[in-house]
Design a protein around this ligand. Structure first.
Ligand SMILES: Cc1ncc(COP(=O)(O)O)c(C=O)c1O
Length: 342
């Protein structure tokens, strides 16, 4: 395994040797004609794993969220989403630009919007108001600290969405981290959404892409939006092939990242660094102010130890992923303790 000493994100993962072989040997065709056997296999596999009728291979998580949201809404609708969700904060306002949609951000509790808050946010039918048509959920919730939302939380939101006539889209960029952390079959989580976007290119280590899964009807719509957005790819089997390896070989190893995150958090805490999140999956949020450090100090220490990281003010998010082993964490902590002591 190639070492990848980089805390910035799990998007930095490099493909496994099996993925590189699969890329070279992939059977190919023109996917816009539906003729790339490798893309078709990936889409079928993802749909089956998440218990949905159909799948769609997309270029990125952002594109997957965009086509899912577009497939479930009409121009001018209002969509409900968590105030710190990736779709709201980090997708370039695409829902407003591409979908002409009104976002209604709702502050969550550790990433979860409660049924009461959904009810409270929904506008009544009235000639003055836009139609509220969609609820977006994120699992794991990134900015809340990589928090896995539980089956019960998802069901509670789904039930209220059904009652209120809202569709549900799940941004499951890290849905397998959630399933592994909660020790549930991923279907138990995906059953409470009409569309799910899952990323292949984060902890699962594929180099490119996401899959959107849902009903055949929604996926047909999403496919057309993907084409509109320039995501109709041709011999895309070369990038779908590592995605198949991601889903068949890389899911269970996510548990290692979660153990390593805990190991890192415990070690940093012992050095006097504050842990800001509940460490449940592969993310550790830290504040190093108590060491008297600012971002430049943290960056310099990590650079000295051979790690890439980022920081702003007195804190940062550290991500664990394929390419980082527990030995690397021990070595990092030993080195950091020497720097702190000096
Ligand atoms: C929760 C979440 N959703 C969606 C995305 C977007 O994925 P991509 O970077 O592939 O567009 C990310 C990326 O980090 C994410 O963390």
């Amino acid at each position: 395994m190639e070492k990848n000493l980089d805390f910035r994100s799990d998007t930095v993962t490099l493909p496994t040797p099996e993925m590189r072989t699969a890329i070279a040997e992939a059977k190919l065709g023109d996917d816009v004609y539906g003729e790339d056997p490798t893309v078709n296999e990936l889409e079928r596999l993802a749909a089956d794993m998440l218990g949905k009728e159909a799948g769609l291979f997309v270029t990125s998580g952002t594109q997957g969220n965009a086509v899912s949201v577009l497939a479930q809404t009409s121009r001018g609708d209002e969509i409900l989403l968590e105030a710190n969700s990736h779709i709201y904060l980090n997708e370039v306002g695409g829902l407003a630009v591409i979908g002409s949609l009104m976002p209604k951000p709702i502050p969550g509790n550790l990433g979860w919007i409660t049924p009461e808050d959904i009810r409270g946010a929904l506008r009544p039918k009235n000639i003055h108001y836009p139609e509220s048509t969609l609820l977006c959920i994120e699992n794991t919730h990134n900015t809340a600290g990589g928090i896995p939302l539980t089956v019960e939380q998802l069901k509670a939101d789904w039930d209220v969405a059904q009652e209120l006539g809202l569709g549900v889209h799940l941004d499951g960029a890290r849905i397998f981290n959630a399933a592994v952390a909660l020790k549930v079959n991923v279907k138990e989580l995906s059953q409470y959404a009409d569309t799910v976007q899952l990323c292949l290119s984060k902890g699962l280590a594929a180099p490119v892409g996401s899959v959107v899964v849902g009903t055949q009807d929604l996926i047909t719509k999403a496919r057309k939006y993907r084409k509109m957005l320039g995501g109709g790819m041709r011999q895309a089997g070369v990038i779908a092939a590592p995605g198949i390896i991601a889903l068949t070989q890389m899911v269970n190893r996510l548990a290692k990242d979660h153990v390593n995150a805990r190991l890192l958090a415990d070690g940093l805490q012992k050095l006097g660094i504050k842990i800001l999140n509940h460490v449940r999956t592969n993310m550790v949020f830290i504040d190093f102010a108590d060491l008297g450090w600012n971002d430049a100090d943290w960056l310099a220490a990590c650079r000295q130890l051979g790690w890439k990281t980022r920081a702003r003010g007195t804190g940062t998010r550290l991500c664990l992923h394929y390419g980082i082993e527990s030995d690397d964490i021990h070595t990092f902590l030993d080195g950091l303790s020497r720097i702190v002591a000096s």
